[in-house]
Design a protein. Structure first.
Length: 201
């Protein structure tokens, strides 16, 4: 069954209880919850959740290494704070899985593995204790943030489309926190790091 959605329109969703179980109304069409779970879109949504679940867990480890490699206290604190926040994001994803009656599982994410590997190369190729290293680490960290922002933004919209309003709220909360982190990293770079890095030998 397909549902026609006009451009730039998010369909209204409601849930009702009937003899055949919970039904979800998307636009003018009603679909059984079981049918929704068997849909290609739901399966893609779950696969993408498993992907970002893997990514968030990998990011926790990467942020610990980046904190240890950072030069300035401001950047060290930013990485430490985001590591704690990322642990909350993992817990929030586990709630999302539960809300859609799925088991939290990790699916290996090649994209985040590549971004993290690039960050590790930066640590190897820049001088210990230099501001240049901090400037490079911020760029590496922002690549992670932009991947997460794209993922959570897309997943939140899919959740709305499929009538998972509570799930959408959780995903949008994480999205906002990722955007805030990206902004804070830019502020640290512009205020504490980039100017000094420019004047290093």
């Amino acid at each position: 069954m397909t549902t026609k959605i006009t451009e730039n329109t998010i369909p209204e969703t409601t849930a009702t209880k009937g003899a055949s179980g919970k039904k979800i109304t998307v636009g003018n069409a009603s679909v059984n919850e079981k049918e929704m779970k068997n849909s290609a879109l739901h399966q893609f949504f779950v696969s993408a959740l498993k992907d970002i679940y893997f990514a968030e867990n990998a990011i926790i480890d990467a942020l610990g290494k980046m904190e240890a490699a950072a030069t300035t206290e401001e950047l060290k604190e930013a990485f430490e704070d985001h590591q704690l926040q990322t642990k909350k994001h993992v817990s929030r994803l586990e709630k999302v899985f539960k809300l859609i009656d799925e088991t939290p599982e990790k699916k290996e994410c090649e994209a985040i593995k590549g971004i993290i590997k690039e960050g590790e190369e930066i640590m190897k190729s820049t001088k210990v204790g230099s501001m240049t290293r901090d400037a490079a680490l911020i760029i590496a960290a922002q690549k992670v943030e932009h991947y997460e922002i794209a993922t959570y933004g897309g997943l939140a919209q899919l959740a709305i489309t499929m009538g998972h309003d509570k799930v959408a709220d959780l995903l949008e909360k994480t999205l906002q926190e990722e955007e805030d982190t990206d902004y804070n990293l830019t502020e640290i770079a512009e205020t504490f790091i980039n100017f000094d890095a420019e004047h290093e030998d």
